[in-house]
Ligand binder design. Structure first.
Ligand code: EPU
Length: 427
């Protein structure tokens, strides 16, 4: 197993290019199951999770090839209808094939994902949504079996909580249902918008992109198409926070600053400079005492569905607040178990207590965290530890970094390009 060594205390300078969004690539890859033909997807990040999704598509009969960032997919002949436990347990987003398989084949068998490091994460909203479209679902031997006699029919689906993959799954099923479907309290995340654009290019009729009410007029058939994955806003945010934490000045390119309204606002309140253009931004820390390392104002955050503060940046922001001047309260409202990084940050000198779904972070100030051996528990917790390590004095060793490889393309190389001293070793 690989571990990451980080020698901290160096500001980051230079520029870094953002990859395609993992959480957009996964539903768009799944959507290629909807229509036979040759699909082309551009800007597909090469990550453990996108490789898992491609492996799943292969099991279902799809052929694909990658040239650089472009993946060409031939989904002419589907030969399977099952997402096996072995794949689903490594990536819960495998459930995204349920909607497209139901639309294409009328039957799907997908392993129930079970809990994961950040919470129970059920898929009951997905299943309730399918049932509103005339699908029958039942659980057998740990697998969800979903079947529809004939064609799905339009229906009204209401999400108690705006589930991202739930909205995507139901959307992919409803585009070929007979009649009109309405998805109420739908997720408004940019990744959902990316999927709507692809489905529309495939011939679907969807109204309400970017709102919480989607109206879908089912069509008889869809066709293969060419689409581009949007820039990864969570990767962008992770580098923004890293610069705020280490000091320095970094231009982040190939990104969409408009997708990060909440983080941008909070970093500005902390005292960080952010200059945005259409597809790039420069994040820098004002000079204090001859160093580009501004004093850091502590601010509070509450994680919320888009456009609120993303839960996927909560752990990274906590690593920053650990070095603030004052007290910050971080309220995690999306997942019930997303504070696994707290114990590791404490090992590095952070002063944090957890009270239910809130973490109270008493900032210890700049230059006070110190390197330590720590363990990554999930993807975003790993990124938080990298940020803490980059700004701590001395050496941090992060084990179980396979989590990082699920969602950050070439993170080590990208950080090295910004002057960080970070490298991978075999444990
Ligand atoms: N929920 C249910 N039942 C459901 C679906 C969701 O109770 O059937 C609850 C969840 O337990 C959670 C809330 O609803 O409390 C919202 O979860 P959501 O369904 O939106 O999460 P998701 O679709 O499973 C996606 C991302 C996550 C990201 C969340 C929230 C993908 C592939 N995954 O998950 O990304 O944290 O939305 O924004 O899009 C990550 O990239 O590290 C990651 C975990």
């Amino acid at each position: 197993m690989d571990k990451l060594i980080v020698e901290g205390g160096r500001p980051l300078y230079g520029s870094v290019a953002i990859s395609g969004a993992k959480n957009a690539a996964l539903p768009l890859l799944a959507a290629t199951l909807l229509a036979p033909g040759l699909h082309t997807l551009h800007n597909v990040p090469d990550l453990r999770d996108t490789r898992t999704m491609l492996k799943l598509l292969e099991i279902l009969g799809v052929q694909w090839e990658r040239t650089g960032k472009t993946v060409r997919i031939n989904s002419d002949r589907l030969t399977g209808v099952e997402a096996p436990y072995d794949l689903v347990k490594t990536m819960r987003a495998s459930v995204l094939v349920l909607g497209p398989l139901l639309a294409r084949s009328g039957f799907a068998r997908v392993s129930l994902p079970g809990g994961c490091a950040i919470g129970a994460r059920p898929i009951n909203y997905h299943l309730k949504g399918f049932e509103k479209l005339g699908v029958t679902t039942h659980l057998e031997h740990g697998y969800v079996e979903a079947i529809v006699e004939g064609r799905m029919r339009g229906g009204t689906v209401y999400f108690d909580i705006p589930s991202v993959t739930g909205t995507e799954n139901v959307l992919m099923a409803s585009v070929v249902a007979q009649g009109e479907s309405v998805i109420k309290n739908a997720a408004k995340e940019p990744e959902v918008g990316n999927l709507i654009d692809m489905l529309t290019a495939m011939g679907a009729e969807i109204e309400g992109k970017g709102t919480d009410r989607l109206i879908v007029r089912g069509v008889d058939r869809l066709h293969a198409t060419e689409s581009t994955i949007i820039p990864d806003r969570i990767e962008t945010g992770t580098y923004m926070i890293a610069v705020a934490a280490t000091g320095g000045s970094v231009t982040i390119t190939d990104c969409n600053p408009a997708h990060l309204p909440a983080l941008t606002e909070k970093l500005l309140l902390c005292g960080v400079n952010i200059d945005t253009a259409t597809d790039s931004m420069t994040v820098s820390c004002p000079e204090v005492g001859g160093r580009s390392l501004c004093r850091l104002q502590s601010v509070d955050i509450t994680t919320l569905p888009y456009p609120g503060f993303p839960t996927d940046l909560q752990a990274q922001f906590m690593a920053l607040m650990a070095q603030g001047e004052g007290t910050s309260i971080i309220h995690e409202t999306i997942f019930e178990n997303r504070f696994m990084h707290v114990a590791e940050l404490i090992r590095m000198g952070a002063d944090i207590t957890i009270e239910g779904s809130r973490a109270v972070i008493r900032g210890v100030g700049r230059d006070k965290l110190c390197g330590a051996p720590v363990m990554a528990t999930d993807l975003r917790a790993s990124a938080s530890l990298v940020i803490a390590g980059l700004s701590a004095s001395g050496t941090t060793q992060i084990s179980r970094i396979y989590h990082l490889e699920r969602g950050y393309e070439n993170m080590v190389e990208k950080l090295q390009g910004l002057g960080a001293k970070v490298w991978k070793v075999r444990e």
